[in-house]
Design a protein around this ligand. Structure first.
Ligand SMILES: *[C@@H]1O[C@H](CO)[C@@H](O)[C@H](O)[C@H]1NC(C)=O
Ligand SMILES: *[C@@H]1O[C@H](CO)[C@@H](O)[C@H](O)[C@H]1NC(C)=O
Ligand SMILES: *[C@@H]1O[C@H](CO)[C@@H](O)[C@H](O)[C@H]1NC(C)=O
Ligand SMILES: *[C@@H]1O[C@H](CO)[C@@H](O)[C@H](O)[C@H]1NC(C)=O
Ligand SMILES: *[C@@H]1O[C@H](CO)[C@@H](O)[C@H](O)[C@H]1NC(C)=O
Length: 948
């Protein structure tokens, strides 16, 4: 296996990206000034001025005490209220390994499921007698594979936070005041967003659509199902909307339905209103005091009504603007609160207890695991915690995040929900959040429940979704493998009994293996709590002496010829010995007998684990920032010679070097290092056209002067081309690039760097997503090469639409540096995604690979903004493993390893000896999996083995 098989030919490059102007509801919130007044007048809408007949008054008053929930006869229903006769057939799903959601997520039944009229008729054994009742039954064979209820996303902005982002279509946040309890997400819900079908392709069937977090109270949230409604309306998506929506009659004899209200504390509302935490808490208290006054007069009115004291002309006191908050005080609204830190969680619990309402869930809540006792102080059941698995550190509020938070919370008896905050994490990949939580110690039954059953219960919809049981909604997913296994992909998704996927495209291979057996992180989880969220991350034990790894399954190493397994030909787990970070012996116990016998040897049992090349990251700002949203913790942004006035001191020298700005030793860097990514290539932080020169550095080094800290001072020259930026038109950008590359005799540092790129002396990395711009670049390359008679070593960074020109890119000898590796149509210039399974046969990666494109893969990140994705680097091992799984055997493990190591180095022009690159030792499984735990880093260049 040689490196050249894993892509084609030679070229190079590097990365960097900019802030895309996408609204980022819960994470970033909005910035704006707004004035705010709360009217203390009690308005009396006209409708209430009508004299109510006595009996009506009394039933209205009686209804105030009704608690939300399904009517008593709900479970005897024979068809769903969402049943669509035109699209629903009776369906028998045969031979499933059925995870029902029952018994706390532990119940698994082998058998069949019968669906009719949008509900589940039977689960397990479907009696032939029962089947005979139905005509035209469609049978779907699950081939013994896993079947689960549909995934439920408790925190999504699908339809209000648009994909692709268009400036006129951002409907997630109003900034008209800190308290906007009367706003409703349903009023801004666009049913044509690309994200619906993409989320369904990830098995998501139901979502809570929340307003953003720009306000203390941002408005009412609504639960929707993600299948297209037959009337094409937003209303048609709603699941059990509260009675009375849009003025429809309320049946006062039925229990009301649950409502949801978005609240937010902390930085986001503060930023919106140039306010402080104190202001936000006062906004809550003032609003709830007002609602409390209304409630009190209602109760007083009803007291009089029941005792016959009511005067004929008195009207029921109510106010359309405040009725939803009055309902919160009546315990009829699920309070969904965005709150990160202990200070916020404590303050909000105080407010909720002061006004005596329960909190359904804290969302984000990165510090909740540090304050379980505060959660237990809340009235009623402790709030559930809805969180991200690893997306963190982007602001102070997320700085003390722990990947062990889900398990710590579960151990404290708190309900755990994993959520997407779509489009922050794509709802399509919500299941991966649960997979990660499981990897870091959340038990499999709880982890799977955290995206299915638990959110269904938190929504107050546990009577109809979140379980596979008779009488429940026919929302389910037939998987190709256990849903907690990496790469799990739906083969079919049913919503209300209607299939959503083209099953001829979906994966065909099926396994019914159980969940992955994940590592033991007991020590790390205890440390996270003991150190108040900031456990030490530096390797504890750098060793220059002999380290012997025993019980090694594979030992992948690199040399100039590619990736090689030192255990090839071994039938049993073997031994690898390393001294001063360098492998000195590998093979059977016999072949390393002298090393094993040495008394100074440190023996590490890998328990069947492996050695593999350390991964190389690019495409994030790791090294240029610690806390993305805090300017004082970042390098700042390079001056853009295209749009900014260059200070005379710099004129002609606008091409800056990342190496001059790199900050080592950030928490993201150390977390990545501990997850098997030991090198990063970073471009200068820049938002303009010329980005500067990237550098390669070691994530295990404390500063630039350490041995082996700088891997290569100058990697590639970076430019960025695209639409909708602060800088001029695409044709202007292309004109500038042409002039710079053909600059000929111009003098100065900038001209000289572009001359080097034009003659192939250094790689040219172009950040670009749009296929039309890519085509222009391919032509420009040819044009310049025709003049210079040299070859430009060009790579495309980002490259979402590269599949459209795969053959042309390959034959132009241009590399592709995919960030993110799994595309989402964030913006117009990325809208033509190659969606990957189950929507296309090939993944984007396997498609480009089949076309002989040299591919490097970066971390997934969020929002297409590398500025925020330093945290994501640690997940590169999962992203690479996912690429392998998604390729359905069309890409070998060696080639996937190359995409995250040697291809990247080649495209960025890193010239070092691959034999000097770090090697990772994992215990209990391999690096590209959810089973192996990184326990050591072998570093020949730093002459150590870091035992973690
Ligand atoms: C279910 O599918 C598995 C795998 O294809 C097969 O081995 C098994 O016999 C099937 N069971 C039934 C009851 O059809
Ligand atoms: C690489 O392969 C060539 C040809 O097969 C061989 O001669 C050379 O020794 C190999 N180099 C290394 C470092 O294994
Ligand atoms: C190798 O590891 C496996 C898994 O932990 C264990 O069952 C086995 O006993 C180990 N073998 C040796 C020789 O240590
Ligand atoms: C271009 O380079 C080739 C190969 O080095 C050489 O044969 C040819 O004469 C050059 N042409 C020009 C126009 O310089
Ligand atoms: C890719 O390269 C291989 C080997 O060189 C070749 O057989 C194949 O036809 C190429 N595929 C494409 C799509 O160019």
């Amino acid at each position: 296996m040689t490196e050249s098989v894993c892509g084609s030919r030679n070229h190079s490059s590097h990365l960097r990206r900019k802030y895309t102007l996408l609204s980022f509801f819960c994470v970033l919130g909005l910035s704006a000034l707004c004035t705010w007044t709360i009217s203390h007048r009690l308005q009396r809408p006209a409708v209430s001025r009508l004299l109510l007949h006595n009996e009506e008054v009394l039933s209205k008053c009686r209804a105030l005490d009704l608690k939300p929930g399904p009517p008593n006869n709900f479970h005897s229903r024979t068809e769903s209220d969402r049943y669509d006769p035109r699209h629903t057939t009776t369906t028998l799903i045969r031979n499933g390994t059925i995870w029902t959601g029952g018994q706390n997520g532990s119940e698994v039944i082998h058998g069949d499921i019968l669906l009719d009229k949008g509900i589940i008729i039977a689960v397990g054994k479907v009696e032939p007698g029962l089947l005979q009742i139905y005509q035209d039954v469609v049978t779907v064979d699950a081939h013994g594979g896993w079947v689960s209820p549909g995934v439920v996303d408790l925190h999504s902005h699908i339809g209000v936070g648009p994909s692709p982002a268009l400036s006129g279509a951002s409907d997630g946040n109003s900034i008209k005041g800190p308290v906007l309890a009367w706003l409703r997400s349903i009023d801004g819900l666009n049913t044509r967003d690309e994200s619906y079908r993409l989320a369904v392709a990830g098995g998501v069937t139901t979502s809570l659509i929340l307003p953003g977090s720009a306000n203390a109270i941002g408005g009412q949230a609504f639960v929707i199902k993600l299948r297209p409604s037959s009337d094409r309306s937003p209303s048609g998506l709603l699941l059990e909307p509260p009675y009375g929506l849009n003025g429809s009659e309320v049946d006062l004899n039925l229990p009301p339905r649950w409502r949801h209200m978005k609240h937010a504390c902390g930085e986001n509302p503060s930023r919106t209103y140039s306010a402080t935490r104190m202001d936000t808490m006062w906004a809550f208290r003032q609003a709830y005091q007002h609602a409390h006054d209304i409630k009190k007069s209602q109760d007083e009115y009803c007291r009089k009504a029941f005792s016959g004291e009511l005067l004929d002309l008195e009207t029921f006191p109510e106010d359309l603007q405040w009725e939803a908050l009055v309902d919160v005080l009546r315990g009829r609204v699920k309070v969904q609160t965005h709150c990160y830190e202990a200070v916020d969680i404590d303050a909000f619990v105080r407010v909720a207890n002061e006004f005596e309402f329960p909190i359904a869930a804290f969302h984000h809540a990165h510090e909740a695991y540090l304050v379980p006792d505060v959660l237990k102080k809340a009235q009623g059941d402790p709030p559930a915690i809805a969180m991200f698995a690893s997306f963190s550190i982007y602001k102070r509020e997320a700085y003390r995040h722990s990947e062990f938070a889900p398990r710590v919370l579960a151990e404290n008896g708190i309900k755990v929900v994993m959520k997407s905050d779509h489009p922050a994490i794509h709802s399509r990949y919500l299941l991966h959040e649960a997979q990660q939580a499981h990897f870091y110690g959340l038990p499999d039954n709880v982890a799977l429940s955290s995206v299915i059953t638990t959110p269904a219960e938190v929504l107050g919809l546990g009577h109809r979704i979140g379980y596979l049981a008779t009488g429940f909604d026919a929302d389910l997913v037939i998987w190709d493998r256990h849903p907690l296994a990496l790469g799990a992909t739906p083969r079919q998704v049913f919503i209300d009994g209607i299939p959503q996927l083209d099953s001829s495209i979906a994966p065909h291979h099926v396994t019914n293996l159980g969940p992955p057996s994940t590592p033991n992180f007991d020590r790390e989880a205890a440390d996270a709590v003991a150190y108040d969220g900031l456990p030490p991350l530096h390797p504890r034990n750098p060793r220059k002496d002999l380290v012997v790894f025993v019980n090694v399954t594979d030992a992948w190493t690199r040399d100039f010829n590619g990736t090689r397994n030192l255990m090839d030909g071994q039938t049993e787990p073997g031994v690898v010995a390393a001294e001063r970070g360098r492998i000195i012996c590998a093979g059977s116990a016999m072949s390393c007998a002298p090393q094993l016998a040495r008394p100074d040897a440190v023996v590490v049992d890998l328990e069947g684990g492996s050695l593999s090349p350390a991964l190389v990251s690019f495409g994030s700002q790791l090294g240029m920032q610690e806390i993305a949203m805090e300017a004082s913790t970042t390098d700042g942004s390079a001056i853009d010679a295209m749009t900014e006035i260059v200070p005379p001191l710099l004129a002609g020298n606008e091409v800056v070097k990342a190496i001059d700005g790199i900050a080592f030793d950030s928490r993201d860097a150390l977390l990545a290092y501990r997850a098997g990514v030991t090198r990063a290539i970073v471009a200068p932080a820049a938002n303009g056209f010329i980005q500067g020169l990237s550098a390669g550095f070691s994530l295990g080094s404390r500063n630039k002067l350490g041995r082996g800290a700088v891997i290569q001072e100058i990697a590639a020259l970076h430019v960025s081309l695209g639409h909708g930026r602060a800088f001029p038109s695409v044709s202007t950008q292309v004109a500038a690039l042409r002039r710079l590359l053909l600059g000929g005799d111009r003098s100065g540092d900038t001209a000289s760097w572009f001359r080097k790129a034009a003659t192939g002396a250094i790689p040219l990395v172009v950040e670009v997503h749009d296929a039309d711009i890519i085509a222009t670049l391919l032509l420009l390359k040819k044009e310049v090469e025709g003049v210079t008679n040299a070859t430009i070593r060009m790579s495309l960074l980002g490259a979402t639409e590269a599949h459209i020109l795969a053959k042309e890119i390959s034959s132009a000898n241009v590399g592709v540096l995919l960030t993110p590796p799994r595309s989402h149509p964030y913006t117009w210039e990325r809208r033509r995604i190659h969606a990957g399974p189950p929507l296309t046969h090939d993944s984007l990666i396997s498609y480009l690979f089949a076309n002989n494109v040299t591919i490097g893969i970066g971390p997934q990140g969020v929002e297409g903004s590398s500025a925020l994705s330093g945290w994501a680097v640690r997940n590169l091992r999962f992203d690479a493993a996912w690429a392998l799984e998604d390729s359905a055997g069309k890409i070998t493990k060696e080639c996937v390893l190359a995409m995250a190591t040697s291809n990247v180095e080649r495209l960025f022009g890193l010239t070092g000896d691959p034999g000097e690159a770090d090697i990772i030792a994992t215990r209990g499984g391999e690096l590209l999996s959810l089973e192996g735990k990184v326990v050591a880093v072998l570093s020949p260049s730093r002459e150590i083995v870091d035992v973690l």
